[in-house]
Structures are given as C-alpha cells and as structure tokens.
Design a binder for this molecule. Sequence first.
Ligand SMILES: Nc1nc2c(ncn2[C@@H]2O[C@H](COP(=O)(O)OP(=O)(O)O)[C@@H](O)[C@H]2O)c(=O)[nH]1
Ligand SMILES: [Mg+2]
Length: 544
Amino acid sequence: MDYDYSDLVAQSKQWVNEVSSAGWLSEEDARPLLEYDVRTPDSLFSESQSRPLIVAFLGGSGVGKSTLLNRLAGEDIARTGVERPTSKEVTLYHHRSVELSKLPEALPIEKIKMAAHDDESKKNIIWIDMPDFDSTEEKNKELVLGWLPHIDVLVYVVSPERYRDNKAWQILLAEGGRHAWLFALNQWDKGQPEQYDDFVKQLKQAGFDNPIVYRTSCVSDPEKSQQDEFATLQNTIASLANEHTIEQLELRGLNIRKNDLKEKLQSSLDKMGSTDAIQQLVQYWQSSWPMTVDVLQKGFDWPLQQMSSIYAQQAGHLLSKRKKQSNAESEPEIERSVLWDDWAQGRYTDKLDELIVKADQLQLPIKPIKLGLLPHREKAGRTIHAQTELAARQALANPGNKIQRVFLKFARFCEFVLPLAAIGWVSYQVLKGFHDSNTTDQAYLSTDFAVHSGLLLALSWLLPFFLRKQLKPSLEKSALKGLKQGLSQAMATIEVDVETALKQTAEQREKYVAKVLPILEQCKEAPTTKLEGEGEALKRMLIQ
Ligand SMILES: Nc1nc2c(ncn2[C@@H]2O[C@H](COP(=O)(O)OP(=O)(O)O)[C@@H](O)[C@H]2O)c(=O)[nH]1
Ligand SMILES: [Mg+2]
C-alpha cells in the first residue's frame, strides 16, 4: 500500500470538507472526493510480505465461474449451479502460506469462503470466485463492488448466449482502465465461431485493441472440449504472477488512481470560480452602485427635508445633548423621521441580490458570496443612520459657512461696541456742553442735540442688531446640508464595505486554492518502468 497515496486521499478529503463547509462546493460536487476510496490490491496485505497476484472471475450468473474455479482447484470448492443457482459468497482459493492481514469492513469475513491449497506452482496467485453480479441480490452487488478495487486481473467469464450481459459489462466499461482483463468464453462446447467474433468485436469497442479471449469448455466430453483453452488461460496468469509484474501493475493502478484524484481535485477547483471572475464582480459593483445611490438619493429628498426641519426645531436639545453626554441616559429620545425605511432597504437588498445573480453568471459559487454579504444587508441602515446624524449634529453646532460665521461674530461685536461708543460720544458732548455753557451764554443742551443723540444711540444699536438677524444662518438649511453630506459619506462607506466583503471572499478562495495546489502537485505520476518488458500478453490485457 502506498502510504503517500492514502495520505493524499486523506488530505484531499480534508480539503474538500473545509471547502464545502465554507460553501465553495455543493454537497453533490464534494461527494466524489469525500467518497474517494484508497483501496488497492495490496491494501489487503501487510507491507513487508511480497504479495500474490489477485485474480477474480467476474460475470453473469450461470456462465460457469464457479465451475472454472473448481476445475482449477481440482476439487469442488465453490458452489456451482447444480447445488445452488446463485452463489452469495466470495470464494478465495489461495496457498496456505498467504495471510490476508487486514480485511476492510466492506469485505465481511462471513461472506468469504476460504479454500487453502499446498500447490507450490500456484503459490503466487489468489483466485477469487465472485458472487453473481446480475442476480437480484443487492448484497451480491455490494460484495462484488467491495472486492473490485483489490483485484489485479479480472477474468471476465461469458457464455456463448450471454456474452452481452449488461451488468457485468457496465463494470467493464467503468473499471476497464483500472485492472488487467482476460476473457473466457466458457461453455464453448455450445458456442459458434460467429459468437466468438462478435464478442471480440464488442471488446474492441470497449477499448481493448487486441483482447485475449480464451474459449473454455468444462464438460467432461472429450469430443466437445477439443478446443478448450483452459490450460493456456492458467499459463498466462501464471506468467504474470511474479514480483516485478505485480509491482508494475500496482504502480500502474496507483498512477491511474492519482490521476483520477487529480482530475477530481481539478474539477472541484474549477467549480470554485476564478480570481478573475471575483475581480469582475467587484468592478460590476463599483460601476453599478452609483446608479443605486442615485435612485436612493432621489427617494431621500422628501424625508431629508422632513428630518432637517425636525433637527432644526430640536437643535437646542440636540446640541445640549452633545455637550452633556455624561448624563445622556436621562435624555429623552429625539423625535426623527426614518431615512432608511423599508423602501430604501428594499432597493438595497435588490442590489445585493443582483450582485449574487451576477456572481452566478460569472460562474462563481454563490454561497460564499451570499455569506460574505450577509452582515452587510442589515448594516447599511445603521451606517446611514449613524453618519447622517453625526453630520447633522456637526452642521448644527457650526451653522452656516465660514464667511457667514465671521460676519456674525463681527455683528455681535458691533452690537456691543457701537452703542458703547455712541454712549461715550453722547456723554462727552454732554460734559463738553456743560463746560462750555459756563464760559459762554449759550443754552446748555439743545433739543437738536437731544434728538440727534437719541437717534445715534438707537442706530448704533439697531444697525448691528439688524445685521446679526439677517446674517444668522438658517438651522434648517444647515441641518439639511449636514444630512446630505452625511448621506453621501454613508453611501461611500457602504460601497467600500461591500467591496471589502467581496475581496475577503476572494482572499478566502485564494487560501483554499493555495492549500490544494501542493496536493495536486503530489498527484503527478509515479515513475513506472514501462510494461513493455512484460511481453505482449499483459499489454493486450490493459486498456491503455
Ligand atoms: N455445457 C457446459 N456447461 C457448463 C460449463 N461450465 C459450467 N457449466 C454449467 O453451467 C452451470 C452454471 O455454472 P456455475 O459455475 O455455477 O456458474 P456461475 O454462476 O457462473 O458460477 C452449471 O450447471 C455448470 O455445470 C461448460 O463449459 N459447458
Ligand atoms: Mg458461481
């Protein structure tokens, strides 16, 4: 048993488990790898011992498999049709020295009939008679399929009238490349040359260029069994039962299995989409999100106005809440109209669904993309809410633009300074008048002076007051401006959030791909010395 190979299968299974639980492969696509089996002929034997060649008779019921094995053994070890029309067990005919070290669960010991012999010439071969595969017994089928991976050479037995047996033929088509095949057209005493030719033709179609078909006849009538080639069949098999051939067959089987594993891994990998496709998906998102933003913003026009007037009305409260954050808990909730309503959530969900449809079109598995986007479905509303509120608060804390604010400060300053200056000037004039009235005989204060002073005082106060009133920015406009600013910031945040989610999904894919590449690399073929040295016979037994 090649432990590298069983390791590879174990690693592949672990990988496929991880990948499918992350949604990158469907259960159905993961199954071929999860059910991949590590059984090989030598997995039945302990490592140290050189193992025998395992040869099995396969075919429909009543073709003569058990009779052939009995003939080989020279005694009735396998039950034949006379006693029991369908045999339900596997009969193993082996040399006494052979030890099967570990029979897997799929090969129940009670279903195995062991017949040991002491014939040294057959020491290196284990002959197996399979139960009838085409019987209605489902258990027979399981047993045959359980044994198949452990077989080196299959002797496919047919009878002249039953060589197109369908069920066994299916095995031949499916398992063709994995074993060496010999064919026995048994009951040849009842056969016709045309049937032989036709059978050979069928085999050629199944992939054997020059199949070896032996005509065997197990009846004792010497006349009828003239053309019997049973001895040749035995000799051919005996010629294969040497260490070198078994090793080469083993290596060939291993390469076929590794190649098969590689193909299965590669096809799983293909089902995980490509980096390029995810890149295209990100681009699609970037180019199509602005259109959704447009639609959303149009829909937000009215709620924005409503919100800004609510914010403006409650500006004082909002700002004081901001300043007194420590006792925020006791603050009552501010009344507001909801910006991100069902309509907005609906548009956004539609957009994300559209993204998933696009992913499907790009042949990406949609499950991991759905999973990556899932937290963002609910998050958008919260982002919009948080960012618009923050921006509105900031706008209300500093209403208007910079110039407006400078003028306002100036007006406040004038409101204080101008009346003061006017009072100062009037006081000065009063004092001066009083002083002058002592030296001249002019009236101390004239009516004109009183009117002018009064007017000056009034104007010095009114003018900056009026200016301040005019310059004071509208809270509603400020709130609206803040809300709009917050909204476009939030839209940008959502865009980046989704983009990041897609990129994280791409990274996750990369991680899985990086994990499988070394396994794929190890699946490359083991070096085989070509089977050419084994002679023409073995080559004819294999589908190349
Ligand atoms: N005429 C003829 N009958 C055979 C030959 N080989 C086997 N049989 C008979 O075919 C029947 C089925 O044989 P069996 O070995 O049980 O077939 P299995 O189901 O393939 O194992 C039995 O009655 C055998 O005696 C043969 O070469 N010629
Ligand atoms: Mg039988």
